[in-house]
Design a protein around this ligand. Structure first.
Ligand code: ADP
Ligand code: MG
Length: 948
C-alpha cells in the first residue's frame, strides 16, 4: 500500500497548495479515486491498511460534490493527517459511515473514545483565533445543513469550557519553552492531534465539531459533515522537526582501557556484521569498505526527503530532482545500428515524465508497468514535456514510505541494493552509535557546542530531521579536520626534530642577485616571500613553506631566489614540476636567467625527465651524485627514483598541493632533510590552507606584477553561441590560439572521454578551417605531451580539453578560452581555467557558457566578470558552497576528507583553533582526558600502529 499512499500524499499536498480547486489531478479526485483505490488495495497487506484505503477512497469519491473551498481544504488536511498517522483511524463503524458521508449526513457520533495520544500539538498554536477564521466549520455546517437542528447543550458547553481553555493555554505556553524534539518524544510523536480519551478536558471551541473526540454519552452532538469531526489546522507534513542545538548527554564513565578496546573494534572486518556473508564482503570491498570503520564512514551520497518530493507537474527544467512515479509503459528504441535505448513513461497522478535510459535496454524487465520507482536526475523539457535521461533509480522500498522521512541514499555496487545497504547500515549504525565511546574531550565539545559522537553518527546516516543532519555533519567535519590536523602537527614535530642545513645569505648578495637576474623589479609581495624563505632557511629546522600565488603572480622568480640560497651555500637545489613539458619550460627559462648570476661561478642547471635519452639521464644522475650539478629541474621522479644527491639543501615543488610526508620520509632515508618550498596557484582561503596544511607555513603572493590587462570575461547564453564562435574565428584569423574547455561532469572517466571526443568532433566542424586538437585525461602521458607540444608550438589552433589540469603548459599566444558548463564549477576553479589565457601581450577573452540559466548560477558567474582576484573568488566559493570546489579531488596527503561541501568557514576556523589549543596544551596527547583522542588519531593516521 505505501506507494499508492505516497502518490496520494503528493497529490493532496498539491491540491492544498493550489487552493483546493480540485485540479491536482486531471479529472478531479473522484475520477482518480477509482484507479487509486485499485492500486492501493493491491498494495495493502494489513486489514488496517485496507480500512485506510476505504476511508480515503470514499472521501475522494465525495470530494467533487463539495462546493465550499474551505471544506475541501479540510478534507484534504484530514486525509493527509490520516495518511501520516497524525489522526488515528476511526472505528470500523465510523469508516463505514464516513464512506458515504459526502452524500448523506452521518449519524450522530456515539463512538467510544479512542486510545489516542492525548495532547494538543504546538502546530495548533499557529491557527488563527476563531474570530479570524475565514469560515467557521460549524457555521458552514449550519449553512449547508439547515435542516439539522443544533444540539441544545452546546451553548452550555461553550461556557463551561472557556475555563478549560485558559488552563490549556497555560499548559501550552509552558510547553513552548521546551525544545520541540523533547516535547515530541514525550508525546509519542509529532503533531498528534488532540483527539481521544482526554477529550473531556481538552476541547477548545473546535472540539464541539469533533464529537468523536470523546464525550461519551454526549450524544446530542449533531454533526452534519464528516469533516467536522476531523482534525483541521495542520498545514505541513510532517512539521519540520526543528533542533536549534544538538542535544548533549552526560558522558558515561567508561574505563579508558575498555573504551579503547571498543573503539578498536571498529577495525573488525565487516564480516562480523550479522547478515554480511563472503559475497557481500566482496561487494563492499568494491566500495572500499572493509572494516566497520569504513562502513560507518560510507556516507550517504544524498538524502531523499520523501515528504518533500516534487510532483511531476511541478518539475523545473535543469534542476536535479527526485520524484516518485509509477511506470505506465516502456519501449525499446533502436538508435543508429547497435545501441538500444529504453524509453519509459512514468506518471504520478499529476503528470507524466518521460525517461530515456541510453543503451540500457536490459532494464526493460525492471521497469514493469505499475511498479513504482524513485528517480533522481536532471530534468529537461522537450516540447513542454518533462524528461530525464539516465536518472538514478531505485525501486520503491516500502520501508522508506512506512517511516516517511529522510532516506539516505548510499553509494552502491554490484551485488548490493539500496534496500540491503540501508538495512546493513541501520543495524551497524544502531549498534555502534550506542557503544562507541566519544573520543573528543568534553571540554572541546563544550567550547564548540557540537553533538555527541553517537548521536552524530546516527543522524548522519538516518537523520531525524534536517537540523539533525546539519548538526551531525558539523560534528563529522569538525572531527575530520581536527584529527587530520593533530596528526599533521605530530608529524611536523617529528620531522622538524631532524635538523636541516641552514642556508644563510647576506643582503648584499641577495640584492645583487635579484638586480642582475630579473629584468624587472620584484613586487612587494615577491620581496616579502623571499624574506620569509630566507628567514626559514637560515635556521637549522627544515623549512616547510607554502607559497600561494595566483597564476602570473611571479612565483618562479621566488623559486629561483630560494634555490640560489642553496647554491650560495654550496648546496644543491631541485625544482619539481607536475609534468615533463612544464619542467622543460621551467628549465629553459630558469637556466637562461641564471646565466646572469653575479660572480664567476654560475650555477650548473640540468633537466631530468623521462623524455631524456638513457645516456643523458645517466649523465645527470651522475652529476647530481658527485655534486657537479647545482640545480636540477624535473618531475617528481627527481627525488623518488634511484637519484642520489651529493647535498640537497632545498627543494621546490611547483603546482603540487602538498609535499607529502612520504616524500620527506624517502628523502630522509637518503640522509636528506632539505628545506621545502611548495608553490600553488590554487587560491585557498588562509584559514582553510592553514588547516589542511597544518604543517606548512604560509606565504601569499597577493599582488600581481604591473602592466597586466585584465581578461575580458563574458557569460554567454546559448543563443549567443554562434556569435562567440565568430569572435574566436576572428582571433584565430589573426594568428591567435584558443582553448575550449569541456569540463567533465560524468562519474566515469570513460564516459567523460567519450563525451570529450564527441565535443571534439563537433568543434572540428565548427572550426573546420583551423587545426583542432583534443586533450583528455584518458590519454597516455606521452600522447598528452605531444598534443601540448603541438599546441605550444602553434601547430594546433584550437585545443579542446577536458580539464585544464591536463594543460601543464604556458601558451602566451592563446588569448581566448571558452568554458562550457561553467555553472557547474567553483569560481576559484573557473578562475584557474581563465588563467590559461592572458599570459602574452594579446588582449584576452574568457567566455563562460553555462548549461543552465538559473538566477543563482548567473549571479555566481557574474562575480567572475567583476573580479580577477582569485582569493576573493575562493572566499565567495567557500561561503557559498563549502570547501568542495577549493579542495576538489586533489586531497591533501593521507587524509580522505569527506563532506567538503559542509566544510564551511566557521567550522574550519573552530577546528584549527581547537587543534592548536590541544597541541599547545598537550603536544603528545598524554593527559588522561586526551588518551582516547590520541588513540583515535593513531588509528586513523598511523598505519604502523597495529591496533588489531
Ligand atoms: P606564476 O606565478 O604563474 O608561476 P610566473 O612566475 O610564470 O608566474 O610569472 C609570470 C610572468 O610574469 C613571467 O613572464 C615573469 O617573467 C613575469 N614577472 C614575474 N615577476 C614580475 C615582476 N615583478 N614584474 C614584472 N613581471 C614579472
Ligand atoms: Mg608557474
Amino acid at each position: 500500500m505505501p506507494s499508492a499512499i505516497e502518490q496520494l500524499v503528493k497529490i493532496l499536498k498539491l491540491e492544498r497548495q493550489q487552493g483546493a480547486n480540485n485540479r491536482a489531478v486531471v479529472g478531479g479526485l473522484r475520477a482518480y479515486s477509482a484507479t487509486w483505490s485499485m492500486q492501493a488495495y493491491e498494495q495493502a497487506r494489513r486489514p488496517e491498511q485496507r480500512r485506510l484505503v476505504d476511508e480515503l477512497t470514499s472521501l475522494m469519491r465525495g470530494y467533487d460534490d463539495i462546493g465550499e473551498r474551505e471544506r475541501r481544504l479540510q478534507i484534504v488536511n484530514y486525509m493527509l493527517d490520516r495518511v501520516t498517522g497524525r489522526v488515528q483511524p476511526p472505528t470500523e463503524r465510523e469508516v463505514f459511515e464516513a464512506g458515504d458521508a459526502a452524500k448523506q449526513p452521518p449519524p450522530t457520533a456515539q463512538s467510544t473514545p479512542k486510545p489516542v495520544a492525548p495532547t494538543e500539538t504546538p502546530a495548533h498554536e499557529s491557527r488563527p483565533p476563531k474570530s479570524e477564521m475565514p469560515a467557521d466549520p460549524r457555521e458552514q455546517a449550519a449553512r449547508e445543513q439547515p435542516a439539522q437542528p443544533r444540539p441544545p447543550r452546546q451553548d452550555r458547553r461553550d461556557r463551561a469550557e472557556q475555563t478549560h481553555d485558559q488552563g490549556r493555554r497555560e499548559e501550552r505556553r509552558n510547553k513552548q519553552d521546551r525544545p520541540r524534539g523533547e516535547q515530541q518524544r514525550r508525546e509519542g510523536g509529532p503533531n498528534r492531534p488532540d483527539r481521544g480519551q482526554h477529550g473531556k478536558q481538552q476541547h477548545d471551541r473546535h472540539d464541539q465539531q469533533r464529537p468523536r473526540g470523546g464525550d461519551e454519552g454526549d450524544l446530542s452532538f449533531d454533526v452534519s459533515d464528516p469533516i467536522e469531526v476531523l482534525h483541521t489546522g495542520q498545514l505541513d507534513i510532517p512539521t519540520e522537526i526543528r533542533l536549534a542545538r544538538p542535544p548533549r548527554s552526560p558522558r558515561p564513565n567508561v574505563d579508558p582501557e575498555a573504551a579503547t578496546d571498543i573503539m578498536r573494534g571498529l577495525r573488525a572486518s565487516v564480516e562480523t556484521v550479522r547478515g554480511i556473508g563472503p559475497k557481500m564482503v566482496e561487494s563492499l570491498a568494491n566500495l572500499n569498505v572493509h572494516t566497520i570503520e569504513d562502513m560507518l564512514a560510507l556516507l550517504p551520497r544524498r538524502y531523499d526527503d520523501y515528504t518533500r518530493l516534487t510532483s511531476i507537474s511541478r518539475l523545473v527544467p535543469t534542476q536535479n530532482t527526485t520524484v516518485i512515479a509509477t511506470v505506465r509503459r516502456s519501449e525499446l528504441k533502436a538508435i543508429k545500428s547497435k545501441r538500444k535505448d529504453l524509453w519509459v513513461e512514468f506518471y504520478d497522478g499529476t503528470g507524466t515524465l518521460h525517461v530515456t535510459f541510453f543503451g540500457q535496454h536490459y532494464l526493460s524487465r525492471t521497469f514493469q508497468p505499475s511498479t513504482q520507482f524513485v528517480l533522481h536526475g536532471r530534468v529537461t523539457a522537450f516540447r513542454g514535456q518533462p524528461q530525464m535521461t539516465n536518472p538514478e533509480w531505485e525501486q520503491i522500498d516500502p520501508e522508506n514510505l512506512r517511516q516517511i522521512g529522510i532516506v539516505p541514499i548510499y553509494p552502491l555496487t554490484e551485488g548490493i541494493s539500496g534496500r540491503t545497504m540501508r538495512r546493513l547500515m541501520r543495524d551497524t549504525v544502531t549498534y555502534w552509535a550506542e557503544r562507541l565511546p566519544d573520543y573528543m574531550p568534553v571540554t572541546v565539545l563544550e567550547r564548540t557546542d557540537l553533538a555527541d559522537l553517537g548521536w552524530a553518527i546516527k543522524n548522519l546516516h538516518f537523520p531525524e530531521g534536517h537540523d539533525h543532519l546539519a548538526h551531525a555533519r558539523n560534528r563529522y567535519v569538525f572531527d575530520e579536520l581536527l584529527l587530520m590536523q593533530l596528526s599533521i602537527l605530530a608529524t611536523r614535530r617529528e620531522w622538524q626534530s631532524t635538523p636541516a642545513e641552514p642556508l644563510p645569505v647576506d643582503d648584499g648578495f641577495m640584492d645583487e642577485f635579484i638586480a642582475s637576474v630579473f629584468p624587472y623589479s620584484l613586487t612587494t609581495a615577491q620581496q616579502r616571500a623571499i624574506a620569509d624563505i630566507r628567514h626559514d632557511a637560515a635556521k637549522p629546522i627544515p623549512m616547510n613553506r607554502l607559497l600561494q600565488g595566483d597564476v602570473g603572480s611571479g612565483k618562479t622568480a621566488v623559486a629561483i631566489s630560494a634555490m640560489i640560497l642553496a647554491f650560495a651555500n654550496g648546496k644543491q637545489a631541485a625544482l619539481m614540476a607536475p609534468t615533463g613539458i612544464l619542467a622543460e619550460q621551467h628549465y629553459r627559462s630558469i637556466s637562461r636567467q641564471l646565466e646572469a648570476t653575479p660572480g664567476d661561478r654560475k650555477p650548473h642547471v640540468a633537466l631530468l625527465t623521462s623524455a631524456l635519452s638513457a645516456a643523458d639521464k645517466r649523465a645527470v644522475i651522475a652529476g647530481l651524485a658527485d655534486g657537479s650539478i647545482d640545480i636540477v629541474i624535473g618531475t617528481h621522479a627527481v627525488i623518488e627514483e634511484g637519484v642520489t644527491f651529493q647535498n640537497l639543501g632545498l627543494a621546490v615543488i611547483d603546482e603540487q598541493h602538498r609535499f607529502g610526508v612520504q616524500q620527506r620520509g624517502r628523502l630522509r632515508g637518503k640522509g636528506l632533510n632539505p628545506h621545502v618550498l611548495v608553490m600553488t596557484a590554487t587560491p585557498i582561503p588562509r584559514t582553510l590552507a592553514l588547516t589542511l596544511f597544518a604543517d606548512l607555513d604560509l606565504t601569499v603572493l597577493d599582488e600581481m606584477p604591473p602592466g597586466r590587462t585584465p581578461i575580458d570575461t563574458y557569460i554567454i547564453p546559448d543563443v549567443k553561441r554562434e556569435r562567440m564562435y565568430r569572435f574566436v574565428e576572428e582571433q584565430l584569423e589573426q594568428g591567435r590560439q584558443a582553448f575550449i574547455v569541456h569540463p567533465l561532469v560524468e562519474a566515469s572517466e570513460t564516459i567523460e572521454a567519450a563525451s570529450a571526443v564527441e565535443e571534439y568532433e563537433r568543434l572540428s566542424q565548427v572550426f573546420y578551417r583551423y587545426r583542432v586538437g583534443l586533450l583528455h585525461g584518458k590519454m597516455r602521458p606521452a600522447e598528452k605531451d605531444d598534443i601540448m607540444g603541438a599546441f605550444s608550438h602553434g601547430e594546433i589552433d584550437v585545443l579542446v580539453t577536458t580539464s585544464v589540469a591536463e594543460v601543464g603548459v604556458d601558451v602566451p599566444n592563446a588569448n581566448v578560452i571558452i568554458i562550457e558548463g561553467a555553472n557547474r564549477f567553483g569560481l576559484a576553479q573557473l578562475h584557474q581555467f581563465r588563467g590559461r589565457v592572458g599570459r602574452g601581450q594579446h588582449k584576452s577573452t574568457c567566455f563562460l557558457v553555462p548549461d543552465a540559466d538559473t538566477p543563482e548560477s548567473e549571479a555566481r558567474l557574474k562575480a567572475l566578470t567583476e573580479t580577477t582576484d582569485g582569493f576573493k573568488l575562493a572566499e565567495i566559493d567557500w561561503q557559498q558552497r563549502g570547501a568542495g570546489d577549493l579542495i576538489g579531488t586533489r586531497q591533501s596527503g593521507r587524509s580522505k576528507l569527506q563532506l567538503l561541501h559542509a566544510m564551511v568557514p566557521h567550522l574550519v576556523d573552530m577546528a584549527q583553533r581547537e587543534a592548536r589549543t590541544l597541541f599547545e596544551e598537550d603536544p603528545y596527547l598524554t593527559l588522561p582526558e586526551h588518551r582516547l583522542l590520541a588513540e583515535r588519531v593513531a588509528m586513523l593516521y598511523d598505519p604502523e600502529i597495529d591496533v588489531s
